[in-house]
Design a protein around this ligand. Sequence first.
Ligand code: SAM
Length: 247
Amino acid sequence: MNTSSSRFSISPIGTVSSPYKEKFAIPRQPGLVTAAKGYIELVSDIDSKSMVEGLEGYSHIWVLFMFHQNLAHGWKAKVKPPRLGGNKKVGVLATRSTFRPNGIGMSVLPVEKVESITLKNNQTQTRIYVSGLDLLDGTPVIDIKPYIPYSDSLESAQAGFAEQAPEAKLSVNFSTEAQAMLQAQQQSESQDLAVLIEQVLAQDPRPAYRQNKPDDNTYGMRLYNYNITWQCSSLTQVQVLNINPVT
Ligand code: SAM
């Protein structure tokens, strides 16, 4: 059987600006952490202002992107999805694995605002503001399409082993140091940061084999320009220990 393996070259049309500065703690799908706000900035050498005309008429977009931080690691035909406890193997095309033949990801995101401004050098800066991202800061975007409910949302669809949304299973509290740090922020920024931290940690970002058992490790994660350390004080509780600005 001859498989025509013609090669294509794809150039990103934009880049994601996201609170997630590292892969650890990013939720596994969009919409699980609604407080994660960001935008897609389209590249300046295309007529982006014209390209997005009418996009504000849609509530959501499909964002097609590259798992750029994983491209160099290749891919395997069978993978162990975390949903199956990390020990059962299934075909990579039966998963949303981030290690794929062409490294392409796809997320549906709500559009908060579309903004196109003409800069001094007459270039256009177009930003599509989104929320609930599951994307790493700097992720290259290769296409954006409007979400069309009549064809994209299928009542009768089945989802194999990924039927249920992962539930928010941990309750989050903040140490006095962490609360003091939040209070030192602008009211609005500290509120957003506290909600983001809470929603991310409620999803229990630890590897599957560490969950649902006593764990006295201290973990660190990077959100916006803050390093946040935390520990699981019980099977259902997580305590935020410190929130330090990245210097
Ligand atoms: N919704 C997309 C999909 O279904 O194709 C992504 C799902 S994938 C399981 C989500 C994970 O991708 C995140 O938890 C994060 O660890 C990883 N990720 C996000 N952006 C990435 C990037 N630019 N490079 C590599 N991994 C990335």
